[in-house]
Design a protein around this ligand. Sequence first.
Ligand code: ADP
Ligand code: MG
Length: 459
Amino acid sequence: MDNLELWQSVLAQMQFHISKANFATWFQNTEIISKDNEKIIISVPNAFSKEWLSNKYNKLILKTLHDIDDSIKDLDFIIKPQSSRTTPDITGHTGGRPGTPESEKQEDTQLKFEEFKINKETNLNPRYTFNSFVVGSFNELAHAAALAVADNPGFTYNPLFIYGGTGLGKTHLIQAIGNKINDETKKKKVKYISSEKFVSGIVSAIRTNSMEAFKASLAPIDVLILDDIQFIAGKNKSQEEFFHVFNSLYEKNKQIILSSDRPPNAIAELEERLRSRFEGGMIADVSLPDYETRLVILKTKLQEKNIDVPEDILDYIATNVKKNIRELEGALNKILIYSKINQELNIETAKKLLKGFIFSPFDVANYKKIIETVAKFYNLEEKNLFDPTRRKEIVRPRQVAMFLLRRELKYSFPAIARKFGGKDHTTAIYAYKKILQENEENNKLTEELNLIKQRIYSG
Ligand code: ADP
Ligand code: MG
């Protein structure tokens, strides 16, 4: 495998571990420039990337490299400004290498990761369109609402709030709205911003006393798309400023589109007035696709890339990779990379390649996972769940944890009691029954349990 192929495989893997936005930001214009003995040198476009990659992703990159080629033991980054070289984008196309027959040949067989044509004006990735978005019962409400908003921004549902677990198509869908509006009328100014970026914009505006300028920069926007808005939870100053931004756009019938990993009423530490704004428009969820839809998604992706994969392999992937759509794509990409390098591909090899993507529920839901997920969901530290307290904020999550240990892992009541500091096992029975009963009566709890379970099985 040459350096280019090696780096492409690493990049393909990276996509499964980090968000699209991060991926696009940090891995653009990177390449392996040398490999001597055990050390790989990666070039990056600037000092900022270098610092970020070596602090945050060093381990992950090294592990991925090592998994592909176990002679690799070390890694370093050097800065190589863009202008001084021909820059392969992530597809491996070397933009300006004229007349290399090989780069021509690569054109069709390349896996196309088009993250890098992100529109500078809108921040939208043109890959995310309605056309490439597969619709099934798991996402049809969200899809319909998104289309309606795209057709009449500002007037149909405002705000539009899309929520669901990770890798289920939220970013794709909300960007598809932006792309459709942007393609159909150049008159409307669309802006996509991750909430992380948005919050850091607010924070630095506050710090530099330039809040007015920050707001002025948002004023011309007709369609504001904020991804992963749950990120704003607990950040009080940012929430306050966002509230004002929200109102001033809303009053002018500007469209606001939000995504989140959970519905507004399950975002802890969200100011009440923001919550009620979020709930004032349309709320729609995306959930997990079934087998048939998974198969359709795989086929759609292959069509986009113009590649064929034997039916039995597709069936194997669709049957077994159930976690989310990002994983489904990941599994497919792994197969494609393999077949590109090795040509031969059969079901046995595919099974071997996909080991890492396939879990049985019992591998995934274990004691640690349940405790960790419940604590995180309710914004608590794990140890809080074991606090001997009757505070409501703790008692409810603790009961949920006990309930899930019983329900998902079939723990005995005495075993649950032991885990929770030797409590009398009647406490565990009480917790189980209480949650079971309330689950029947209380929609909010049912929704919370669903979201928690989704996370347990998809994390
Ligand atoms: P989320 O924002 O919910 O974490 P993404 O929108 O990033 O998920 O989706 C993860 C990957 O799965 C993306 O590559 C996206 O294109 C793909 N994907 C998600 N939903 C669909 C869908 N309904 N049809 C086709 N591809 C999808
Ligand atoms: Mg997303």
